[in-house]
Design a protein around this ligand. Structure first.
Ligand code: URP
Ligand code: ZN
Ligand code: ZN
Ligand code: ZN
Length: 483
């Protein structure tokens, strides 16, 4: 099976050039002018880019008494439809459950995926079984570990557990990740708001102000530094958290921040909408913020202090959101975005001049492929890379509407927004899954991507710390001290 993408402009994280791309058996085998001999896909007027990688999804996730509504089939169909060719989902072990048992549960669900996927492991409790499980997960291709500093009484872990886990992950060459919000303070604020009659969705935003995120981000950075582990902060929503990450990076710490397309383009006014459903559908943690925080996130992407744009796709239907009628703390937390991340970021980032096309590729694909050690198999247009590609038509327009989306929920948080810049073709390992809005996905085509650890980065980090650690001065000409 040979396919040639003809007459397009290849856009990668560092280069823009005219070339055709030859694909054989799902892999890129040649890049150059005038390639011939195979089925042709016309890319005239289009950019040929690495398919998007969304490193933050929760498909069919058990959470807050229910399951997120998009599963690996509908979720990856939505992804491909919007130009994303790989997702990284979070395995969430229950309390007392072994990590590999939980991973098996995820493997049982993900067989239906339409595109390739990988997993992060979550550390949701602490004990010897988890200590062992971290090494096992690492050996089974899950080399990044998320810790929830929020969701007290459910997924949250405390500082001593964070420190123990971070040290273990650091020693083994893994990557620590955090959901950074001060869960104790959120729990207290939530109880107080409810007691005072603030039970609507706006209470959710009041219960999780930027300060609780900033504090937890600073704390996670400090603990990671003490433990000698690189750190990835998911869903960075505000200046308070961004400032902590920016400062850490300037100090030479290995810290990355991930804003979501939702926080970049939607703001807190959504929670004050008079329609309860409208507001509840947008309840997620951290909540949407004001324009100043949005500007900070955009500036972070422009300057490089923030590295990756994700979605945290965790979709619940209106019916599920209504579990929280009368008590915002019972509204399942999460929003969708898999289908819209790439077109929304192109429209609000590239078309406005805030991002170059190359920066767009970096933050939607290549940076995370490097951070998670999938590069250059993923996130690249290179000979030998998987043909996970998007042929991007910058002139193609649509207005986002739930009625036409792939996601199985009944609304879309970007409803009514017009986007310009959409896939003409999305290819998953050489297979055309999307052609001009026509969906040709194949259930079960997706494969698990097992990732290797990146010990070099952990070694560099600890080596430098050792070299610069305090040492006694060896003195001459002074009488020896002592008794
Ligand atoms: O509200 C959110 N973000 N739901 C998904 C779970 C998480 O915290 O990432
Ligand atoms: Zn989270
Ligand atoms: Zn999440
Ligand atoms: Zn066409």
């Amino acid at each position: 099976m040979t396919t040639i993408i003809k007459n397009g402009t290849v856009v990668t994280a560092d280069l823009t050039y005219k070339a055709d791309v030859r694909i054989e058996n799902g892999v890129i085998t040649d890049i150059g002018q005038g390639l011939k001999g195979g089925a042709e896909l016309d890319a005239t007027g289009c950019y040929v880019m690495p398919g998007g990688i969304d490193p933050h999804t929760h498909l069919e996730m058990p959470f807050m008494g229910t399951y997120s509504a998009d599963d690996f089939e509908s979720g990856t169909r939505a992804a491909l439809s919007g130009g994303t060719t790989m997702v990284v989902d979070f395995v969430l072990p229950g309390q007392g459950q072994g990590l590999m048992d939980a991973a098996q549960m995820w493997h049982n669900k993900s067989g239906r995926a339409n595109c390739d996927y990988s997993y992060h492991m979550a550390v949701t409790w602490w004990g010897e079984k988890v200590w062992d499980g971290i090494a096992e997960a690492m050996g089974a291709g899950m080399t990044s570990f998320k810790h929830f500093m929020a969701y007290k009484g459910a997924l949250m872990v405390n500082d001593d557990e964070l420190f123990a886990s971070f040290r273990r992950i650091g020693e083994l060459g893994g990557l620590a990740m955090v959901h950074a919000e001060n869960g104790d303070v959120v729990a207290e604020l939530t109880a107080k708001l409810i007691a005072e009659g603030n039970t609507g969705p706006e209470g959710h935003a009041y219960s999780r102000p930027p300060q609780v995120e900033g504090e937890a981000t600073n704390r996670a950075i400090m603990i990671a530094d003490m433990a000698g582990v690189p750190l990835y902060v998911v869903h960075v929503s505000c200046e308070d958290a961004h400032e902590a990450i920016r400062r850490a990076r300037q100090q030479g710490k290995r810290v990355w921040g991930e804003p979501l397309i939702q926080h970049l383009t939607l703001d807190e006014s959504e929670y004050f909408h008079p329609d309860w459903d409208h507001a509840a559908r947008r309840v997620m943690s951290p909540p949407f913020r004001n324009k100043q925080h949005q500007d900070s996130l955009w500036a972070g992407l422009m300057s490089g202090s923030l590295s990756v744009v994700a979605t945290d796709h965790c979709a619940f239907t209106t019916e599920q959101k209504r579990f929280g009628l009368g008590n915002f703390a019972k509204i399942p937390n999460g929003t969708g975005g898999l289908e819209d991340r790439m077109p929304m970021l192109w429209t609000h980032g590239v078309a406005t001049g805030r991002l170059t096309m190359n920066e767009f590729v970096a933050v939607t694909s290549t940076n995370i492929a490097k951070i998670l050690n999938c590069y250059p198999k993923k996130g690249a247009v290179l000979v030998g890379a998987d043909a996970d590609l998007v042929v991007w038509d910058p002139e193609k327009e649509k207005t986002i509407t739930a009625g036409k989306q792939q996601s199985s929920i009944d609304y879309n948080v970007f409803e009514g927004k017009t986007v310009k810049g959409l896939p003409r073709f999305t290819l998953t390992r050489g297979m055309v899954a999307i052609h001009d809005g026509e969906v040709k996905t194949q259930e079960g085509h997706g494969k698990f991507f097992a990732r290797e650890p990146r010990p070099a980065i952990n070694k560099a980090l600890t080596q430098w710390k050792d070299l610069t650690a305090p040492r006694p001065v060896v003195r001459t000409g002074v009488p020896a001290t002592g008794v």
